[in-house]
Design a protein around this ligand. Structure first.
Ligand code: HEM
Length: 407
């Protein structure tokens, strides 16, 4: 892998970083990564030391953690590795707001999660099962007769965004706008576009905040806007940072995950049949597919000097847990590239772990399960449209741009 060769001289490397650990790995942006992101992730375990100091054209330098155990440890020690300042979104330093709950550390963090956890708890998500199945079937109805669909556009996107709009109690006709904003912030890799979109999003969310304050309802936006963490009023900045992050976190991740999974299902007819033939194993199927198609990362900053796996790091250093690579760690998941629905269970790092483990994990699992079940029930036999070249989005959520299917 050419891009994993040491590179020096292009950026300023702090003196405590050993030159042999400096890499321009190309995660999220190099041609090699974008050709086959998860193959690239698996190969890192052969081509790289377990911790490297990597940077890219669009990503500032950070210690990249490839091993499951290292990420597991970092995620569970916020007193050493803080999530504060880890958000990649453009913010005005003179009007700075925190990304909440990610940039608030325990014990305060719990007060914020307590406001929103009940709306996406296992029980709450179970209550949504019927409506998610209904939406899945409505979407399938709209294209089943055509003999094919643009899966990403006609199912992968509208299903999770539609479900999320319902949970937030926002109108479904905001779908296209939300999609455009998410693309601008997460994938454009262009600071001008990101800043412009951020302006539009800010205006919209501030309008929604005023509306839900005036007319509270049972949705997630209202829970945030009218919530009082630990009984205290939130400032306008806090409310905005909380709403913004919950909004963006739920928009793109399930979409990317579904696109990966259905691309794989389309290419593996015998594995589709295996899923159809063993309906009771569906939860293991979902967990294994979430492992092999992990879509995102986790950033932290060191609060103190620290030595991890023999690597000496300094206070203020940035770290990124490369979660898709950690889920391919051969020491934890032997033969990691094999999709094995009977693998002995180990907690996957797809949704990170520790205090900041994903708010939407139960929802994402439920959506993934229902999509697989309903699609395979209605359209058991499908393939990728012949002649298609699959391309992937650069940026912090890894996913195919288009998944054209035919049946
Ligand atoms: C397959 C889909 C998803 C994946 C792979 C995913 C992944 C992640 C990861 C890795 C983190 C941890 C970030 C860190 O520690 O640095 C996280 C946190 C978070 N996610 Fe998700 N996510 C998904 C879906 C969702 C959905 C649907 C929502 C909205 C309901 C959501 C809301 C959040 C929030 C609010 C946090 C911050 C939690 C905290 O700091 O306490 N995610 N997610």
């Amino acid at each position: 892998m050419a891009s994993s060769a040491p590179v020096t001289g292009e950026i300023k490397i702090p003196p405590h970083v050993p030159p042999e650990l400096v890499r321009k790995l190309g995660i999220t942006e190099s041609a090699e990564f974008l050709a086959a992101p998860h193959k690239f992730m698996a190969a890192l375990h052969q081509n790289c030391p377990p911790i490297v100091y990597s940077y890219g054209d669009h990503s500032p330098p950070a210690w990249n953690l490839l091993k499951y155990d290292d990420a597991y440890f970092v995620l569970r020690h916020p007193e050493i590795f803080t999530a504060e300042g880890s958000g990649p979104f453009p913010r005005d330093p003179d009007d700075y707001w925190k990304i909440i709950p990610l940039e608030i550390e325990p014990p305060e963090h719990r007060k914020y999660r307590a406001l929103v956890d009940p709306l996406v708890s296992p029980k709450a998500v179970l209550a949504l099962e019927g409506s998610i199945r209904r939406l899945a079937n409505e979407l399938i109805d709209s294209f089943i007769g055509k003999g094919g669909c643009d899966f990403a556009k006609e199912f992968g996107r509208p299903l999770p965004v539609g479900v999320f709009l319902d949970i937030m109690a926002l109108p479904r006709d905001m779908m296209d706008e939300f999609v455009r904003w998410a693309m601008g912030l997460l994938h454009a890799q262009d600071k001008v576009i990101a800043a412009q979109v951020m302006g539009e999003v800010t205006q919209y969310l501030n309008k929604v905040i005023a509306e839900k304050k005036a007319q509270p309802d049972a949705g997630l936006v209202s829970a945030i806007v009218n919530g009082r963490p630990g009984g205290e009023e939130m400032s306008a900045r806090e409310t905005f940072g909380f709403l913004f992050f919950v909004w963006i976190a739920g928009l793109d991740t399930v979409f990317a995950t579904l696109n990966h999974i259905f691309l794989w299902l389309a290419k593996n007819p015998d594995r589709r049949q295996e899923i159809i033939d063993t309906p009771d194993n569906i939860n293991n199927v979902v967990e294994e597919l979430l492992r092999v198609f992990t879509v995102t990362f986790s950033g932290r900053t060191l609060r103190q000097d620290y030595e991890l796996r023999g690597v000496k790091m300094k206070k203020g250093d940035k770290l990124t847990s490369i979660l898709p690579a950690c889920n391919y760690d051969p020491e934890i998941f032997p033969n990691p590239e094999e999709v094995n629905f009977h693998r002995p269970r180990k907690p996957v790092l797809t949704f990170a772990g520790g205090a900041h483990s994903c708010l939407g994990a139960h929802l994402a699992r439920m959506e993934t399960k229902i999509c697989i079940q309903e699609f395979l029930r209605r359209i058991p036999d499908f393939q990728v449209k012949p002649g298609t070249r699959i391309e992937y989005w650069p940026g912090g959520v890894v996913g195919p741009k288009e998944v054209p299917l035919v049946w």
